[in-house]
Write a protein that binds this ligand. Structure first.
Ligand code: DER
Length: 232
């Protein structure tokens, strides 16, 4: 499909940034799948020696199937570059992530990297964050009280939102790799992402939210014709 071609074009451009000996963070999601395939091809063709940490079990398993050696983040210690997808990218390269439910490990991994490069198709580029739901990972313990705290925060910020939905997958309550739950916030537009991020971080039961602010250094936006636009 045109979207797949755009994702693969972005993935190819991102993998071109990988240099022999790098310590890499591998992202999660459908665009990251194209990236992992492209990376495996380069490793095979050029014998690249890399140290790779995965941001989800899904990426770890895919990389393993493609012959990419995966190590734990703590075995590597720090990363040169993380390549990951995004659900939304604003003009300041602030992101909404978490559509695939992996944003806790993705954020830790990106924060443990000298550079974070995002790969995406054009639909992800927005003027204002918020049309895509904002995932908030919460502990199962006290989740209903956490929901109240989040609602109070949104009220205080004058943000209206439709009922917060506990994420489901295949008809069951979704659990993250850490065993936590995800509340998806439908905010339409987030006028002040930094204030919302700070407010969410202050709520006891909130583990991590999908706002990646000031973390992305470069976004590679692929087109169906194979061309790539760089947003910095
Ligand atoms: O869950 C995530 O954070 C993914 O990276 C998501 O943001 C992008 O997924 P996609 O490439 O399948 O759109």
């Amino acid at each position: 499909s045109p979207t797949d071609a755009a994702k693969d074009a972005a993935a190819r451009a991102a993998v071109a940034l990988v240099q022999d000996g790098m310590r890499l963070g591998l992202g999660t999601g459908s665009t990251a799948v194209f990236m992992v395939h492209r990376l495996a091809a380069r490793i095979r063709a050029e014998g690249l020696r890399l140290r790779c940490a995965a941001t989800s079990r899904a990426t770890c398993e895919l990389a393993g199937r493609l012959g990419i050696a995966i190590e734990e983040l703590d075995e590597i210690g720090w990363l040169d570059l993380t390549l990951d997808g995004a659900d939304e990218i604003d003009p300041d390269l602030n992101l909404i992530k978490g559509g695939g439910g992996a944003h806790l490990r993705e954020k830790i991994t990106a924060a443990a990297s000298d550079r974070m490069v995002v790969v995406a198709d054009p639909a992800k580029v927005v003027e204002v964050l918020g049309a895509f739901h904002l995932p908030v990972e919460v502990t199962p313990f006290g989740v209903e009280t956490t929901r109240i705290h989040i609602q109070r925060l949104l009220d205080a910020m004058g943000m209206t939102q439709r009922p917060m939905l506990l994420r489901q997958r295949d008809g069951a309550i979704f659990r993250t790799d850490e065993g936590n739950l995800i509340l998806d916030l439908s905010l339409d537009r987030i006028a002040d992402p930094a204030a919302l991020g700070r407010g969410l971080n202050a709520i006891p039961g909130v583990v991590e939210h999908g706002l990646f602010l000031g973390m992305c250094h470069l976004a590679l936006i692929g087109s169906p014709d194979g061309s790539v636009i760089e947003l910095t």
